[in-house]
Design a protein. Structure first.
Length: 154
């Protein structure tokens, strides 16, 4: 029986394997350093409130444009077209803001001028629910009286 003797490494692992493991370890280390550097330099995401404020600030010039166009249409006697513009203003404003209440009041007043008190009341009540200094009760009372008299006359 001619058996070849088994070669048992005396020094441990071969130099080629050691070199491969060291290179792989260095590459892994560089990859982790690159990952942590990328994570550390990544800008933080804005919080929910900050993004809402940024969106509001971006919409403000557009809201101002709708306001200006609505005012010109109203002064030109084009009340129905002005209503559309002021509704856009109302939609773009922050809930509870004075600008939102003023836009709702303007829409309500325009509907009242068009003798559509039912729709006017919707908008006047919206303006009333906002914290504003607008004097709404005389116009609301007038529209309520017209609506009640039209219902009692039917």
């Amino acid at each position: 029986m001619n058996q070849t003797p088994k070669i048992i490494p005396v020094e441990g692992v071969s130099n080629r394997l050691k070199t491969f493991v060291i290179i792989l370890t260095v590459l892994t280390l560089f990859a982790f350093v690159a990952l942590f550097t990328k994570l550390a330099s990544k800008p933080t995401l804005p919080k929910k409130n900050e993004s809402a404020v940024q969106a509001f600030e971006l919409n403000q010039p557009l809201s101002d444009e709708y306001q200006a166009v609505g005012t010109r249409l109203m002064n030109s006697g084009l009340k129905e077209q002005a209503i559309d513009q002021f509704i856009h203003v109302w939609e773009m404003q922050k809930v509870g803001s004075a600008q939102r209440a003023k836009a709702a009041h303007t829409v309500g007043r325009l509907y009242a001028d068009l003798n559509n008190c039912q729709e006017a009341l919707v908008w006047l009540f919206r303006a009333e629910t906002s914290e504003s200094d607008l004097l709404l009760s005389p116009l609301i009372d007038t529209c309520l009286a017209k609506v009640r008299s039209s219902h009692s006359g039917q």
